[in-house]
Ligand binder design. Structure first.
Ligand code: AVI
Length: 317
């Protein structure tokens, strides 16, 4: 096998499935099929974060605008904007209150940005948009010398999918690309009754299971492998002591599969697990600790009425 010609997916699968404790990085959930399954997850009644963030942005965007520590004009720079459904609520409220801003969504996918632009301008034609294609940090570097203050958005609770040190590193990088006084509004899922969290990640419809199984499908298609999907199950576990949901694929028997692309065989014991995702739920104390650790200060938490989720507003010190 010539590893220099492998895709990043192939390299990471090789590393993760040859490890002592097997794992697959959760960023590989989101191929076209996985992204469609994730849309279904977001529509499930058990998956509360989407509704919570929608409620916050629908009801409290005026307060968010009032809490910004700079005046118009400003930029709203969004990392990983998705379809913009929730952000649209905020942009509308800001316009209604007479704010003067330019919306700058950043995404590596030109296709996603085109769809987003169409979606926003069809409903809010008066929004000034300046979408930027590329890596978050490259775009940030090129924006640094502008005088206009920035509100950065990192919504949806994506920060919870990073290990603590990775999250801190990402936020420090955001911080390094920001000017003093720039602000960050970030979605973070909060600790709550464990049964509610457990249900959101172990749904009765089997959609979260399908989301995980899609990883094995990707290995079969992209790495020319012969995994029998029926011989794997899905398991999810929420630990209320540290706020971490961990999800796994479980091998139902002692088995092996072969990948032509990796020219390699992978063996599994019965009940062996593949760790597929961390989804961290935070306490408000942990949120202010993380802000401090990464060069920010919490200005205000905007929470839904049940206090399940927060859009936390930080300022760069
Ligand atoms: C994208 N991310 C915030 C989701 C979460 O809740 O951690 C991904 C997800 N995994 C299973 N369900 C949803």
């Amino acid at each position: 096998m010539n590893t220099s010609t492998l895709t990043p997916f192939a390299e990471d699968i090789l590393e993760g499935l040859k490890a002592e404790e097997k794992y697959i990085p959760s960023k590989y959930f989101y191929d076209d099929n996985g992204s469609r399954i994730f849309m279904q997850i977001m529509k499930m009644p058990e998956y509360y974060p989407t509704g919570c963030e929608f409620e916050i942005l629908t009801g409290q965007s005026g307060n968010i605008l009032d809490s910004l520590q700079f005046k118009s004009p400003f930029n709203i720079v969004e990392f990983g904007s998705g379809d913009g459904m929730k952000t649209r609520q905020m942009l509308k409220a800001f316009l209604d209150k007479g704010a003067d801003f330019t919306y700058i969504p950043i995404d590596i996918s030109q296709e996603a940005l085109d769809a987003l632009e169409k979606n926003i301008t069809s409903v809010l034609p008066e929004v000034k948009m300046n979408p930027k294609t590329g890596d978050y940090f490259e775009v940030l570097e090129n924006m640094q010398d502008t005088k206009t203050p920035n509100l950065f958005l990192f919504m949806g609770g994506n920060i919870g999918n990073y290990l603590h040190d990775e999250a801190a590193e990402l936020l420090k990088k955001f911080n390094a690309g920001m000017k003093k006084g720039d602000m960050l509004l970030m979605g973070m899922d909060l600790q709550k009754n464990p049964r509610i969290v457990q249900k959101a990640y172990d749904d009765p419809h089997g959609i979260t299971k399908a989301f995980n199984m899609n990883l094995l499908k990707r290995i079969n298609t992209e790495l020319d492998a012969d995994i029998n999907l029926d011989q794997f199950d899905f398991y999810s576990f929420y630990n209320p002591e540290n706020g971490e949901v961990h999800t796994y694929l479980i091998s139902l028997k002692k088995q092996r599969f072969y990948s032509k692309v990796l020219d390699s065989e992978f063996t599994f014991d019965k009940d062996e697990m593949i760790w597929t995702e961390l989804s961290k739920k935070f306490s408000l104390q942990e949120i202010s600790g993380l802000a401090k650790e990464t060069g920010f200060e919490v200005v205000k938490n905007f929470m839904d009425c049940r206090h399940y989720f927060t859009d936390t507003l930080w300022i760069k010190k």
